[in-house]
Design a protein around this ligand. Sequence first.
Ligand SMILES: Cc1cc2nc3c(=O)[nH]c(=O)nc-3n(C[C@H](O)[C@H](O)[C@H](O)COP(=O)(O)OP(=O)(O)OC[C@H]3O[C@@H](n4cnc5c(N)ncnc54)[C@H](O)[C@@H]3O)c2cc1C
Length: 335
Amino acid sequence: MINEYDIRVLPKVASAENFLKEFVAREKGLNLKDITAVRVLRRSIDARQRTVYVNLKVRVFVREQPLAPVLLQNNYHDVSDKPQVVVVGAGPAGLFAALRLIELDKRPIVLERGKNVNDRKRDIAQISRQHMVDPESNYSFGEGGAGAYSDGKLYTRSKKKGDVNRILSIFCAHGANPNILVDVHPHIGTDKLPDVIKNMRQRIIACGGEVHFQTKVTDLLVDNDEVKGVETHDGKTFLGPVILATGHSARDVYEMLYRKQITIEVRVLPSECVWSIRKCLSIKCNTIAPKEGASICLLPNIALLRKQRAGESIRFVCVPVVLWCLLQVDPNKWW
Ligand SMILES: Cc1cc2nc3c(=O)[nH]c(=O)nc-3n(C[C@H](O)[C@H](O)[C@H](O)COP(=O)(O)OP(=O)(O)OC[C@H]3O[C@@H](n4cnc5c(N)ncnc54)[C@H](O)[C@@H]3O)c2cc1C
């Protein structure tokens, strides 16, 4: 027999399966010896009162053996002889795009302006120690993207969550603690996130893809209204369809797109936000999804919350991004 229960227990009880078995046997009138396993399906902590409780959804196996938890299987395979796709940016969007390309039988070439996640750590330390910002390796730029040195929280208040479990499973397949699959407010952990990012990079390379650091994309190669590839700061070119996953700190990329009169299509955004962006960049951004067959796909992470009124500052989703951006660009060029 397998039963599922919502229970509220003290942290000590939640900390070990044996305590959980005893608790469930007592509360649900079961024979302790008959309980073969208790699996936690969902976990949240209620610390609003003096006594902290853990709310759990558990699956209880009575005289039955539980199956080993199955992680979502990903189809990562050798793509070294497959057509290549250029991914600009090794933040979350770029890394996940590259892994998805492998599943779709394409060879990702990831170009990242910043350093790898370990070397980047030193540049970030420099910021607080010596008050020096490397414009290409900082809190915003470098492998892992903008949040790589945050606490790695993985929950969102957005109602449009998509297939979150798939994302969490991919993190687990690259070394994240499987607890993130059950925690209501999952965290990977600041100390663990860099290793997970490194494992993702190694997976891309092991499958035949490429990851180039300190390689800033400065131009798109466009021929007859079709994107053929990119050019980097050192004059090299990388050919293939392009996925731009450059995040919201890459002002130079948006300026370049504007200069080249390339349409940017933004996915679901509040109308006032769309207004602001359109005003700033005069880009068309009403469409809900990228055009079918489009050779540029922008994975935006746009942080504007509302339009600016006279004398007001604009609020952003993530203040730290803004602070570091301000350090890196001439404020007069902002709007
Ligand atoms: C301090 C901080 C803490 C955060 N904490 C969290 C958190 O705990 N949980 C959470 O979910 N979110 C957090 N966020 C938000 C999260 O980091 C962003 O939502 C996420 O990083 C966006 O991913 P992205 O891949 O779209 O863009 P980004 O992470 O910005 O990545 C873009 C990448 O593209 C690269 N790039 C840009 N231009 C070029 C170019 N021209 N050529 C080559 N490469 C280029 C950049 O170097 C960067 O690595 C945090 C953000 C910050 C700043």
